[in-house]
Design a protein. Structure first.
Length: 143
């Protein structure tokens, strides 16, 4: 639970300055990657435990503020289209998590320059997702 509270606080601290929902969502991606680097044990606790979170009501309650923060951003970006908002939220989370894992795996190198590069790229990738969000609802081109 502490790990989730710390994670939520890190995201809130980063998004507090941004006015536009697009900028807030990008800031969350940046904070997500930074949290993975700066709070690795807590990050691993949140994402690497393999717990079935649906079986623990206290964990569901702890996730709620995070979900509400993301949901409010994507609802503003995709007003009146819950399916588009859900697709964007999932894509933004996957993007942030992917950059975090690449950083932790050493793909960006080590140190603050690596953290800045990975977190900045995550934020830019989320902005690109927002711009191309209609593509998130297209049929899978492989099918």
């Amino acid at each position: 639970m502490r790990a989730l509270h710390e994670f939520a606080a890190a995201l809130a601290a980063e998004t507090g300055q941004a006015q536009a929902p697009e900028q807030r969502l990008a800031a969350m991606a940046r904070a997500y990657v930074r949290f993975a680097s700066e709070q690795r044990p807590l990050f691993d606790t949140v994402f690497g435990t393999g717990l079935d979170k649906s079986r623990y009501p206290e964990l569901q309650r702890a996730w709620r503020p995070l979900d509400e923060t993301v949901d409010s951003c994507v609802a503003e970006i995709c007003p009146g289209d819950p399916a588009a908002a859900q697709a964007l939220a999932a894509a933004a989370e996957a993007t942030a998590h992917g950059y975090a894992m690449l950083l932790l795996d050493g793909s960006y190198g080590q140190g603050e320059d690596a953290v800045s590069a990975a977190s900045g790229q995550a934020a830019r990738a989320v902005l690109a997702l927002i711009q191309g969000r209609t593509a998130l609802q297209q049929p899978d081109p492989g099918n």
